[in-house]
Design a protein around this ligand. Structure first.
Ligand code: GTP
Ligand code: MG
Length: 130
């Protein structure tokens, strides 16, 4: 997508990518910290209703910067230029997930990519990282 291209343009590196139609059981693990919230059953049902694109992005402060590019949980509170600020209106249809800590990112990578990620070096990295 256009936003995937922006991640690349900014200097982030895509190290895993797949289309997945996740089961409710898989999604209940992914969203385990939200179990018991009133919107939880609807969230699982919605996320299991079709395929999702799973991606792992690597780069400087990828979790923090990725969350900033994603915008706030409520799209109405998200700035223009963020994914949710440009492409979403409702909290329960906010398009994209982003790991909220490095620890959770590691857990989520294990859950979605048990086969592992792809490590490689881009020739332009010296122009992106100090
Ligand atoms: P993720 O990147 O998707 O994890 O979003 P987040 O970290 O900004 O929010 P959080 O982890 O608290 O919630 C996960 C997802 O549950 C959100 O992205 C929303 O899709 C959904 N969600 C969270 N709060 C609400 C809510 O109050 N109502 C509804 N309908 N959905 C919610
Ligand atoms: Mg979250």
């Amino acid at each position: 997508t256009e936003r995937t291209y922006i991640m690349v343009k900014r200097g982030f590196k895509l190290i895993a990518l797949k289309l997945v139609h996740a089961t409710p059981e898989h999604l209940e693990k992914h969203y385990a910290d939200l179990a018991g919230r009133p919107f939880f059953p609807g969230l699982i049902k919605y996320m299991a209703s079709g395929p999702v694109v799973g991606m792992v992005w690597q780069g400087l402060d990828a979790v923090k910067t990725g969350r900033a590019m994603l915008g706030a949980t409520n799209p109405l509170a998200s700035n223009p230029g963020t994914i949710r600020g440009d492409f979403a209106l409702a909290t329960g249809r906010n398009i994209c997930h982003g790991s909220d800590s490095v620890e959770n990112a590691e857990k989520e990578i294990q859950l979605w990519f048990p086969e592992g990620v792809v490590q490689y070096t881009n020739d332009n990295e010296k122009w992106i990282f100090e």
